[in-house]
Write a protein that binds this ligand. Structure first.
Ligand code: ZN
Length: 536
């Protein structure tokens, strides 16, 4: 596969410069004679997504396309509207490969479909299939999303978990040959309907009950179509097979399925594996040297976001679903076994003060913003018994789990095969602040990566990995997903206590040529489209 953003683009961009200029000139002359550009973004510092050094040039949009990049004055481009972008950065709209912002988009309310939290970060395209929970009825979901209207573009990964549940429910049994055939048929259909690959979440029950071989047999149904095997891997810490074996498993599944492996939200989760970032990157590098493409995406936060039960319960206790879990908790001996394992899982994550309740049902609202330690103190119970009581009473809560260290985050971030993602989900500030935070904290305040690498890892590289055509870069002829931001003021504002605060510094966000953010304000425009991967 080609990774345009990674291989020799610096060389390409100099050798191709005369051609690009010629094309721009040609298009500009056409523009002048035919019709003016709709929008001219003038004098900004253009980071085109390729990773090449910035250029101060003008960018012209007409309809839903980029039609001009160059010196507008010299080529006498006429514009209906001109934006003064001096001192601002002009970049391709960000593509978020791990997001929950449009989860259940077909049934989501209008406010959710606007995806304002994403737009104010400069995100113009998101996936709807992380963690194995993407749809299998891809054609229907994409059509309904488009009919209802969406603020950002979306693309689907068919969910291994969704497919497994449709065929096997919550069963922990191995799949029969007939069940594997049924799952493969659903994946084949989803790929024909335009999915960009398959997502899995082997950490989560019931997906966790599938063996490596079973996952390969099912997922390889996508092989004829190519694409990505994206995974919330089986173990990001020391829960079951361990982080490194889990990475090996993800690589093997991708390789044997004929799909690029993407380690979703790559991290070293928990004290037992802190310092393992180098080892994970080494395994990825070895696989690439062996001919299998392996990449990862990452969010720049030390807390992950998950559910209280996913974080603490042993998977065997969840087999069969909610009723079976309830019965196990009510059985004294089984309850003891569950508590023993929960104690170890809590230790792995860093203890009761590192779990912050972030969202939940109305009945659980009073716990939001408190740590498990605080709730346990209120109840006068040990931490794990408090957690089990919350889970038992049906109040499974979302938690922010502080389990990563900065050194691992920075090590992953510096790797040229690690992209940006938000994993944006309710109750965690990453839904509102990820991309501005990465720019503010890791590019401007403490330079861990350069601005061009930040833009590349958030746009062109994602488009290349997923095969998203004509997006992710500022090129003449590409779709006009274009952002303009202020490198002086850009920052995240959302916090763990107030996670729903919009980021600042994003001045203009164009989605398919329409301004969704104009002069720093949301316009309410829903110009997003459902993207479908073209058949090979
Ligand atoms: Zn995940």
């Amino acid at each position: 596969m080609s990774l345009r953003g990674l291989r020799g683009k610096a060389v390409d961009s100099t050798t191709l410069l005369p051609v690009t200029n010629f094309l721009s000139l040609f298009v500009a002359l056409l523009a002048q004679q035919a019709s003016p550009v709709d929008v001219l973004i003038r004098g900004g510092t253009v980071r085109d997504g390729s990773g090449a050094p910035p250029r101060v040039v003008d960018v012209g949009l007409r309809g839903d396309r980029i039609v001009f990049i160059g010196d507008a004055a010299a080529t006498r481009v006429v514009a209906n509207r001109t934006i003064d972008a001096r001192g601002l950065i002009v970049a391709p709209g960000f593509i978020d490969p791990h997001s929950h912002v449009l989860a259940g988009v077909a049934n989501a309310n209008e406010q959710a479909r606007h995806a304002s939290s994403a737009l104010m970060q400069g995100i113009t395209t998101v996936t709807i299939g992380p963690d194995g929970r993407g749809p299998f009825d891809v054609a229907r979901v994409l059509a309904e999303a488009e009919r209802a209207g969406v603020g950002v573009n979306l693309y689907a990964l068919v969910g291994f978990g969704t497919v497994r549940s449709a065929v096997m429910g919550n069963s922990s049994a191995p799949a029969t040959a007939a069940q594997i055939d049924s799952m493969r048929a659903l994946i084949d259909k989803a790929m024909r309907e335009g999915a960009y690959g398959v997502g899995s979440g082997l950490f989560y029950a019931p997906q966790s009950y599938s063996s490596t071989e079973e996952v390969i047999r099912v997922v390889s149904a996508a092989k004829p179509y190519g694409g990505v095997y994206d995974t919330h891997q089986r173990d990001e810490g020391s829960y079951s097979i361990g982080l490194l074996n889990s990475v090996r498993e993800a690589i093997r599944i991708g390789r044997e399925s004929g799909l690029t492996t993407n380690l979703g939200h790559v991290k070293a989760l928990g004290v037992d594996v802190w310092g393992y970032a180098d080892s994970v990157l080494r395994l990825m590098k070895e696989a690439r040297a062996d001919g299998h493409m392996v990449v990862a995406d990452q969010y720049p936060w030390t807390a992950s976001g998950t559910g209280l039960s996913a974080a603490l319960l042993p998977r065997w206790a969840q087999a069969g679903g909610r009723d079976s879990l309830q019965a196990r908790i009510d059985d004294t001996q089984t309850r003891e076994r569950i508590l023993v394992e929960m104690r170890d899982n809590l230790r792995r994550r860093g203890g009761d003060s590192t779990l912050l309740m972030s969202n939940g049902s109305a009945a659980a609202r009073r716990y939001i913003g408190k740590t498990l330690k605080q709730i346990a103190a209120e109840k006068g119970l040990p931490a794990v018994e408090t957690a089990l009581e919350l889970i038992r009473s049906g109040r499974d809560m979302g938690v922010a789990s502080f389990n990563m260290n900065e050194t691992d985050i920075e090590t992953f971030m510096r790797d040229p095969f690690v992209m940006t993602s938000s994993d944006g989900s309710d109750g965690h500030p990453r839904l509102y602040g990820t991309y501005p935070r990465k720019i503010r904290r890791y590019v401007l305040d403490k330079p861990v990566i350069t601005m061009q690498r930040m833009v590349q890892s958030s746009s062109a590289q994602v488009a290349d990995v997923y095969g998203i055509a004509e997006r992710g870069a500022l090129e003449v002829g590409y779709f006009a997903d274009v952002i303009v931001f202020d490198p002086v003021t850009i920052r995240d504002v959302a916090t763990y206590v107030e996670p729903e605060r919009l980021s600042v510094g994003m001045r203009w966000v164009f989605v398919n040529g329409k301004a969704a953010v104009a002069d720093g304000q949301l316009t309410g425009t829903m110009a997003g489209r459902s993207l479908r991967k073209a058949a090979k």
